[in-house]
Ligand binder design. Structure first.
Ligand SMILES: NC(=O)c1ccc[n+]([C@@H]2O[C@H](COP(=O)([O-])OP(=O)(O)OC[C@H]3O[C@@H](n4cnc5c(N)ncnc54)[C@H](O)[C@@H]3O)[C@@H](O)[C@H]2O)c1
Length: 302
């Protein structure tokens, strides 16, 4: 776990609680990864887990990792968009990718740092690895937000809400209403178009809503979402989850990282799943791709 801040430490704890994998927290801040790792180890007897959790300022102890999750970089402050982070985080993500892949040449890279889609490009360019092995986490989080709002609206369990949010991890993301159901019943049969539109908007601005409350970005749901991707890879689960994947013609998009459903297993992204989108949803995905291309266009590394 590169970056032992809010998201990195939360994802580390989620993974530790599963009790099947050791975790190394790497951060540039001296004392931070060491202190958090010690605290996480000491939670083990209470919570009933005992993997080895190590905190360090170097990559040596992470050598030979099966999965590297990159959460290093600045989070948003109030009034900032994710794209405002691009210049600073490009340098950080480029440098940590270089060091992480040197230490763990057979790993799979899961990127979390923002602006997410652009940071995936940075990591792929720097590593030179295949698209199967470099991808990002955003869609599980965005979809979880949409599912939460739908569960509250319908009074159903969030567990029975199925949904998929695609597109870039920004305000132009595309909650796919045609693929959203509660207990198998299409959302449009249960909730008015007006309420659906409000939930879609709240999902799109879901990250900002939390930044406005906290003064920094979310970490519980992002950390849990990153851990779910780690599970899918390390346990070869073949889960179909929304992932930020490099498209080569799928959905009519070529040469761009963007959120789409993908089958995740031991090989990383094993298949990109193409949903039947309505014309409106396809047009929205195209607009979201344009917004991602703009940010990718300012990168120095890609
Ligand atoms: N993809 C998503 O859905 C999603 C969700 C939430 C947050 N994020 C992003 O994840 C990133 C981390 O967020 P956070 O809330 O954990 O921030 P944070 O500030 O709590 O933690 C970031 C950590 O990165 C470390 N760091 C900075 N430069 C480093 C380097 N060169 N090497 C190693 N570590 C370095 C910092 O010391 C800090 O501990 C941000 O960019 C944020 O925007 C993405």
């Amino acid at each position: 776990m590169v970056g032992a801040g809010n998201v990195g430490a939360t994802a580390a704890q989620e993974i530790a609680r599963r009790d099947y994998a050791d975790v190394v927290l790497v951060d540039i801040k001296e004392g931070l990864p060491q202190g958090k790792a010690l605290d996480l180890n000491e939670a083990g007897p209470v919570l009933g887990y005992e993997p080895t959790i190590v905190g360090t300022n170097s990559y040596e102890e992470s050598a030979g990792s099966d999965v590297v999750v990159i959460t290093a970089g600045l989070p948003r402050s109030p009034g900032m968009s994710r794209d405002d982070l691009v210049t600073t985080n490009e340098k950080i993500v480029g440098s940590v990718t270089e060091q992480a892949v040197a230490a763990s040449p057979d790993a799979i890279l899961i990127i979390v740092s923002n602006p997410l889609d652009a940071m995936c490009h940075v990591s792929r360019t720097v590593s030179g690895w295949s698209r199967q092995r470099v991808f990002g986490m955003a869609g599980i989080l965005d979809t979880a937000r949409f599912r939460t709002f739908i569960a509250w609206e319908t009074g159903a369990s969030a567990k029975d809400v199925t949904a998929m949010v695609l597109g870039g991890h920004g305000d132009q993301m595309v909650p796919v209403v045609s693929a959203t159901a509660v207990g198998g019943i299409p959302l449009r049969k249960l909730v008015s178009d007006e309420r659906i539109e409000q939930m879609v908007e709240r999902t799109r601005k879901g990250g900002g809503e939390i930044v406005d409350h906290l003064g920094t970005s979310a970490w519980y749901a992002p950390g849990a979402a990153a851990a779910q991707m780690v599970d899918a890879v390390l346990l070869d689960q073949k889960r179909v989850l929304p992932c930020t994947a490099y498209l080569e013609g799928e959905y009519g998009i070529d040469g761009l990282y963007i959120g789409v459903p993908a089958k995740l297993g031991a090989g990383g992204i094993e298949e990109i799943v193409e949903l039947d989108l309505t014309d409106d949803e396809r047009a929205e995905l195209g607009r979201s791709a344009d917004a991602v291309r703009e940010v990718v266009g300012v990168l120095g590394t890609s």
